[in-house]
Ligand binder design. Structure first.
Ligand code: KIV
Length: 287
């Protein structure tokens, strides 16, 4: 699907909400995957700090650094023509000072991201978001379950599970909007709560484990491909089984190498006949 090559911008997100057109987002961490996702017509690619778990093999996203994010953002941006590239600001890259936040966000934008994503909405984070958006850097918020705070949350729990907590989430979402965020990710929130929030803010909500009423949906590419070796949460729909394809392909390759079947004639370069003859004569002489 390459016919609509008009790049997706933060404005497009707003228009899509107005027009009740669903926004699709997937994570990607490398050039070729990003290219295929873009060509498939997905509206936005999130260079998520989930890269720490899917690519780097960490147990949480907390160990991901700004340097890691810069490498993966560059790779993704090189593969994308249309989709909006959103890059996660990793743990502690926006908590120290306004100066450091703006420098780190600026590096991600210079690496090719169109916008950055920050988790949470306490007063400190809201100030950072305000400063970033006033400096010309588009920001997405992230509420509900916020993986970077796993050590203070204490586990992978559904958020906003009561009327009061839903109202608190809505209040946070409104503050994100007031401070300039162009969209908000809602992670692991009951469908009714996500619907209520979606209907009461003007910026789009992008859900992950937040039901069908959000303005858009995001999932981790490794999860939908069936590639991640760890547990996958209830909200993930696995659309393929790449894990088995990789294992089967590697097994076949291994067998062919061990048995001398690969490389065969089709996959081999040969000398021109006269050069081969010279070589053979020389070989005979040297015996
Ligand atoms: O890092 C990530 O992939 C994310 C999604 C879970 C929204 O933040």
């Amino acid at each position: 699907m390459t016919e609509n090559l008009k790049p997706v911008s933060v404005k497009t997100f707003g228009k899509m909400k107005e027009n009740k057109e669903k926004i699709s987002m997937l994570t990607a961490y490398d050039f070729s995957t990003a290219k295929y996702i873009d060509e498939a017509g997905v509206d936005s690619i999130l260079v998520g700090d989930s890269v720490g778990m899917t690519v780097l093999g960490y147990d949480t996203t907390v160990k991901v650094t700004i340097e890691d994010m810069l490498t993966f953002t560059k790779a993704v941006a090189n593969g994308v023509k249309r989709a909006l590239v959103l890059a996660d600001m990793p743990f502690l890259s926006y908590h120290v000072s306004k100066e450091q936040t703006i420098l780190n966000a600026g590096k991600l934008i210079q690496a090719g991201a169109n916008a950055v994503k920050l988790e949470g909405a306490n007063d400190f984070i809201l100030e950072e978001i305000n400063h970033l958006t006033k400096s010309g850097i588009s920001v997405a918020g992230h509420l509900g379950f916020t993986p970077q705070y796993i050590n203070t949350i204490g586990g992978y729990y559904i958020q906003g599970k009561s009327y009061e907590n839903t109202l608190k989430l809505l209040e946070s979402a409104k503050k994100l909007e007031e401070n300039g965020a162009f969209c908000v990710i809602l992670e692991m929130v009951p469908e009714e709560s996500a619907k209520y929030i979606t209907e009461n803010i003007s910026i789009p909500t992008i859900g992950i484990g937040a039901g069908k009423y959000c303005d858009g949906q995001v999932l981790v590419i490794d999860d939908i491909l069936g590639k991640y070796p760890g547990n996958t949460p209830k909200f993930v729909k696995q659309f393929a089984n790449i894990k088995d394809i990789i294992k089967e392909t590697a097994k076949n390759y291994n067998n062919e190498v061990k048995q001398g079947i690969f490389p065969d004639e089709l996959h081999t370069f040969y000398l021109p006949e006269e050069e081969r003859e010279k070589l053979e004569c020389n070989l005979i002489k040297s015996y």
